[in-house]
Design a protein around this ligand. Structure first.
Ligand code: SF4
Ligand code: SF4
Length: 537
């Protein structure tokens, strides 16, 4: 919100200068302005993850203490990735600079900085590729869009590859399907070769290695936390839910982001899962080892994605479950749908997922053996397996934010809307060009959801905030629903700043409010402990 430390008021941030600098982009150096860049990863986290060149350094200092042979490391890194990832080579070669993607990035729209145009973000790396790996670039240099690799280029990469949330909105509009997020991922990998990571991406990954989840929550704390939720649910519903943990031989392993059991409003979504599973009598289990659905490897390197994803499947094997059910997460689903099968699959030791309640076969999860909870719940509702009273959510006027990864990596648009419309009566979509595959990012994903970067988050959050404000003014919307733990954290300050009065909610929170449970007492409050009905003024 406007009182956020160091962040200008909204009316100031709205004065966006779209006038490009007088000099060409190659001659415009990067400016590390406080509030617009991420802090470097602590050397301890580099060490835990066995990453090269751990050291303390600062982006605002002139000397980044690069290793002596830094240039050779980067060029070898590019060469290795060109031979390994055909998509990278294609993306380096085929851009025709048509500009269709230029105004599609929320960071460009909110900052006016031309280097936040996806096409130019990619050029930051492509210009080096041309210089070192193409004949035209070697001979014609700048005329062919090529430039020398210098420490200033590395600084530019650090700034702008950490001003991309890997949301892939730009790729929807590119006639060639160039995926700038993949270029950002390679750019970040190259930076990691030089020991240049950001802490908000690396610390969660390091904690995941040590405790099984991004937040470093120990097994006994997870158990205590879930027990607290059971206590709260009992107070609200009169029903005591069972919470199986590390149960061998359960049918289903349930995995969700740690944000769901760590902080509000995710905690209410977590209570929603517990109520639903209890009501169904589901033979499932939590795991204290695979206690994280999210995968901050996606924001670090392909190798890290693979290592973090592997534990979910190792745990499914150890517990002997049939298949895996995944909670309301965003990037977990990109990892599962786009990388899992080639990285750690095929998961042939698991069964093809079938709902034990409806008998539905989840064909789309045939390879990964992992089902999205929104598909699972939508299927339950479609088969009339849940008793729902949507009037309990009458005070809510709801809109839905399609999280970038489930939307663009899975195409899961209708299931969440179907569930929401069955659990509450007032639903209003935001304008067409801001939802579904064209959804605007929360601007805090991919490791950028930290406080030091708040001004850039709120700038990048402007297009989403604008769309929320539109339905707030038009339909009196007061809840922004989403199915991603990062969104549940990052959309809160975004709404406070751009659309004050709109609160953020997970979908299973609303579902559990509407769920009529066997043996429940008359409900007086919702899961937040607030009166079910709006109190008349
Ligand atoms: S839309 Fe595609 S081809 Fe056109 S400039 Fe952007 S990345 Fe290049
Ligand atoms: S992936 Fe998203 S954040 Fe990155 S350049 Fe494209 S639109 Fe911008």
């Amino acid at each position: 919100m406007s009182e956020l430390a160091g962040v200008p008021k909204p009316e100031e941030l709205l004065k966006i200068d779209y006038q490009p600098p007088r000099k060409g982009w190659m001659d415009t150096p990067v400016n590390f302005k406080p509030g617009t860049y991420c802090y470097p990863a602590a050397s301890k986290n580099h060490k835990i993850l066995d990453l090269p060149f751990p050291r303390e350094w600062s982006p605002t200092e002139k000397d980044w203490k690069l290793p002596e042979n830094w240039k050779e490391i980067v060029l070898n890194g590019i060469a290795e990735r060109l031979s390994k990832y055909r998509s990278f080579k294609v993306f380096m070669d085929i851009c025709v600079r048509c500009g269709a993607c230029a105004d599609k990035c929320h960071f460009f729209l909110g900052s006016g900085d031309p280097k936040n145009m996806p096409v130019l973000r990619a050029e930051l790396l492509r210009s080096i590729y041309r210089k070192e790996f193409t004949a035209a670039g070697k001979v014609l240099g700048k005329l062919a869009g090529a430039r020398e690799l210098t420490p200033a280029v590395i600084k530019e990469w650090f700034y702008y590859f950490y001003q991309c949330t890997e949301c892939r909105r730009c790729s929807v509009f590119c006639p060639y399907g160039i995926d700038t997020a993949e270029i950002t991922m390679i750019g970040r990998e190259l930076l990691y070769l030089l020991g240049l990571g950001i802490n908000w991406a690396l610390e969660p990954a390091a904690k995941c290695f040590m405790t099984g989840n991004h937040l470093g929550i120990q097994p006994h704390t997870l158990k205590d936390t879930l027990d607290f939720f059971a206590d709260d649910l009992e107070d609200i519903t009169g029903v005591r839910v069972d919470i199986p943990i590390n149960k061998k031989g359960a049918d289903i392993l349930f995995v969700t982001p740690s944000g769901d059991y760590f902080a509000d409003p995710g905690t209410y979504t977590c209570m929603g899962y517990l109520a639903l599973f209890h009501e169904l009598g589901l033979n499932y289990t939590w795991s204290t080892y695979a206690s994280e659905g999210g995968n901050f490897g996606l924001f670090t390197s392909h190798e890290m994605i693979k290592r973090l994803n592997a534990k979910i499947y190792a745990e499914a094997k150890r517990l002997g479950v049939k298949w895996i059910l995944g909670g309301e997460c965003g990037h977990m689903w990109r990892v599962i749908h786009q990388y899992m099968d080639t990285m750690n699959g095929p998961a042939d030791f698991l069964e093809e997922p079938v709902s034990p309640i409806t008998g539905t076969k989840f064909e789309n999860a045939k390879a990964t053996k992992m089902v999205h909870i929104m598909e699972f719940t939508a299927d339950l509702i479609k088969h009339n397996k849940l008793k729902l009273d949507p009037s309990r959510n009458d005070k809510l006027k709801v809109t839905f934010h399609d999280s970038c990864n489930p939307a663009r990596a899975m195409g899961i648009f209708e299931e969440p809307r179907y569930v929401i419309k069955n659990v509450c009566k007032h639903f209003y979509d935001m304008p067409e060009n801001t939802i579904k595959e064209k959804t605007f990012c929360c601007a805090g994903g991919a490791g950028l959801g930290n406080d030091e970067n708040m001004e850039m988050r709120l700038r990048g959050g402007l297009p989403r905030g604008n769309a929320v404000k539109y339905v707030q003014e038009k339909h009196k919307v007061n809840r922004l629903a989403c199915m991603c733990a990062i969104d549940r954290a990052t959309l809160v300050p975004l709404c406070d700043y751009w659309a004050p009065g709109v609160q953020v909610t997970g979908i299973h929170e609303m579902l559990a409010n509407a769920l009529v449970m066997k043996g429940e007492k008359e409900r007086e409050t919702d899961l937040r402990g607030e009166p079910l009905k709006e109190v008349e003024e």
